[in-house]
Design a protein around this ligand. Structure first.
Ligand code: SF4
Length: 429
């Protein structure tokens, strides 16, 4: 019995406390130091294409991305950055822009001061910031540029472009060791050291901890978990968390959710990015939605009302149930930008769309508003539950539209200025 009590306590305790990190400010966004975990994303437009990039940044920001990274790979891209910033500001979109630099970041930032000023953060990769004797001077140039412009830097090590000199050194040391570890473990160690040594060097140059964010991304879930646990154990820098090259479709979503879920539960991660490969011509904002859903389903933040839907089974032979679940979900997503201002707190709403009588009434009662559709062979009636009580039974071909109208009424009465926390509906069946 006492075992059971202990186990229950553990479950009720939820995630471990957040790993303590130093708080960093990126534009108007706070990262780390206990601030809410920030969702960020990255464009896949050519940054030199000002209109295309503005459109995509705006879409990502409207979908909920709180910071957006853009590639700055050449002069044309760097020259476009201040114009992109200006156009976004005119649209009222103040999302901080992060410049992603590789190889020639030091030169681009020096040659394009307006770009350096327009960005809120510079992302550099310690594996390609410069090679051999140029490494230190180029790294120093970038850090000094951040100091001059009052910007933050992300030191982003990556498995695919790991600092080869450091890796070779650690491999050689390991080979000489009387008790060598396996090569994969050495590579993980090189990832951690690459990020930490670069951060220490940036501090020596004068960049304070509250102007640095660290990441060490790999594409394998177990490696990622090991690397980030080590990174967190050895430092208190703010941490950007993400599985690199997560992949396409469900594979990318599942791999990112598994990796990020475990680390977030450990209290590790101050900002996240879900690196999904979109379908050709696909919607880039999916990575933002997935990031939000990871945080919301784990209980770290609330962004949009949640729709609980059963998976359906042999008891649901019509498509009414799937269509209604999909309609309600996309209806809520589409309306959220305007609801956020009109209905404060609406993101806490829980809606249930259930396929039959087996779990339908029970699950619907747990939601703020829920519907239990008739399964095959059941009476063609759909009871609606509001705040745990049966409220009305919908019938006929307009069940979907009628339920949507009830959801809107509920939101208006509960979250609108008139209703403010009054009993959500008044006319029970
Ligand atoms: S609630 Fe009904 S339809 Fe949905 S999965 Fe359960 S048994 Fe199947």
């Amino acid at each position: 019995m006492s075992d059971l009590k202990e186990r229950t306590k553990e479950i009720q305790a939820g995630p471990k406390g957040r790993h303590r990190t130093v708080q960093v400010t990126v534009g108007n966004v706070k990262v780390g130091g206990g601030a809410p975990i920030v969702v960020q994303s990255m464009t896949n437009t050519d940054t030199a294409d000002i209109e295309g990039t503005v459109t995509q940044v705006a879409a990502l920001a409207r979908a909920g991305s709180e910071m957006v990274r853009i590639t700055v790979d050449r002069d044309e891209a760097a020259a476009a950055v201040p114009h992109i910033r200006e156009k976004l500001d005119k649209l009222g979109i103040d999302v901080p822009l992060i410049g992603d630099f590789h190889y020639i970041g030091h030169k681009l930032l020096a040659d394009h001061p307006a770009c350096a000023a327009a960005l809120s953060k510079y992302r550099i990769n310690p594996g390609n910031v410069g090679f051999k004797n140029k490494r230190d001077t180029q790294f120093t140039d970038i850090v000094e540029m951040a100091l001059k412009h009052g910007k933050t830097i992300r030191i982003g090590a990556n498995w695919g472009s790991l600092d080869q000199e450091l890796l070779t050194k650690l491999m050689e040391e390991n080979a000489k060791s009387p008790d060598p570890i396996d090569a994969r473990a050495v590579t993980r160690e090189a990832m951690v050291q690459s990020a930490l040594l670069s951060a220490a060097r940036a501090e020596e140059i004068g960049l304070p901890k509250n102007r640095m964010i660290l990441s060490a991304k790999v594409s394998n879930v177990q490696d990622l978990i090991a690397v980030y646990r080590e990174l967190a154990a050895r430092s208190d820098y703010a941490i950007h968390l993400g599985l690199t090259e997560a992949g396409m479709g469900s594979k990318g979503i599942v791999a990112s959710s598994a990796a990020l879920g475990i680390l977030l539960q450990d209290g590790i991660g101050d900002t996240i990015r879900v690196s999904l490969t979109p379908e050709p011509g696909g919607d880039r904002t999916v990575e933002v939605k997935v990031g939000q859903e990871i945080l919301q389903t784990m209980g770290f933040r609330t962004f949009v009302p949640l729709v609980a839907a059963c998976p359906g089974c042999g008891r649901t032979t019509s498509t009414v149930f799937q269509e209604l679940a999909r309609d309600i979900q996309s209806f809520i997503r589409d309306e959220m930008p305007s609801w956020k201002t009109r209905y404060p707190g609406v993101e806490q709403l829980n809606v249930a769309v259930m396929g039959c009588i087996v779990n339908g009434p029970g699950e619907s009662k747990h939601a703020d508003i829920g519907i239990s559709l008739p399964g095959t062979g059941e009476t063609p009636a759909a009871p609606v539950f509001v705040d745990g009580q049966k409220f009305r039974t919908l019938r006929g071909p307009t069940i979907a539209t009628d339920f949507k109208a009830l959801v809107i009424d509920y939101i208006e009465q509960r979250y609108g200025s008139a209703g403010a926390k009054a009993p959500a509906v008044t006319a029970a069946e």
